[in-house]
Design a protein around this ligand. Structure first.
Ligand code: 13P
Length: 249
């Protein structure tokens, strides 16, 4: 079964209203180029309504696992859905590093995303010291454990983004072979937990210094089903060049 490539951008805490409008105008003019390619942007939450009707799927960078309540600073998955979001990120390494996200809370956010009618992109990946110590697979396994414990099967439309922390914003991309090795391991984990069908369906994105120059080689790997792009997703030209690179992969 061929998995359609997913080209996603994480805008992190960048872009004003004016910059978002300029980005969308520049992309819309070139919409013929990406017809048939699934594009997705995770902007700051207040920018979400601007992406409606843009032809690009969109979603928040995190959602809470309750519908509503006294949870200051969190985003309701129901509200996200109401705004037209079809995806949400969960467990990004910056949430883990700076805001106390744990494997458990990341799993709860990811599964709530599906429970409330959207699709999750669940982020995970090792730190440099963990890679150097030969612990990459152990870390990935631990990061997935609460997810597999809480869900009996692969949620419809579920994606994971393998983002080695040492490759994020550093210009130091994982080699295509390193990405493929980690993705093959993750697909094996999914198979063990959710069966062969889940392993076939789950989309595994690579993230960490993805650029137009390296996107094609990464996405040509058998188990790389798309990308999660930070810096290079902020400019229409580089984001669309990465989308173009997915063609034929
Ligand atoms: P960069 O592409 O800027 O390395 O960021 C990757 C990332 O964190 C995407 O979520």
């Amino acid at each position: 079964m061929a998995r359609a490539k997913l080209i996603s951008g994480n805008w992190k805490m960048y872009k004003s209203v004016a910059e978002t409008k300029a980005f969308l105008a520049a992309v819309t003019v070139r919409s013929a180029e990406f017809r048939g390619t699934e594009l997705l942007i995770f902007p700051q939450a207040p920018l979400l309504p601007l992406l409606k009707d843009s032809g690009i799927a969109f979603g928040p960078q995190s959602v809470y696992w309750e519908e509503k309540g006294a949870f200051t600073g969190e985003i309701s998955p129901v509200l996200a859905r109401e705004l037209g979001c079809t995806y949400a990120l969960a467990g990004h390494s910056e949430r883990r590093q700076f805001f106390g996200e744990t494997n458990e809370s990341a799993a709860k956010r990811a599964l709530a995303t599906h429970a409330f009618g959207m699709k999750s992109v669940f982020c995970l990946g090792e730190m440099l010291a963990e890679r150097d110590a030969g612990r990459t697979f152990d870390v990935l396994k631990a990061q997935c454990a609460p997810l597999f414990a809480a869900a009996k099967s692969c949620p419809e439309g579920f994606s994971m983004a393998y983002e080695p922390v040492w490759a994020i914003g550093t210009g130091r991309t994982a080699t295509a072979a390193q990405a493929q090795e980690a993705h093959a391991f993750l697909r094996g984990l999914v198979k063990g937990a959710w069966g062969a069908d889940g392993a076939e369906r789950v989309r595994l994105l690579y993230g960490g210094s993805v650029k137009p120059e390296n996107a094609k080689e990464l996405m040509s790997q058998a188990d790389v089903d798309g990308v999660l792009v930070g810096g290079a997703s902020l400019e229409p030209a580089s984001f669309l060049a990465i989308a173009a690179a997915s063609k034929g992969c």
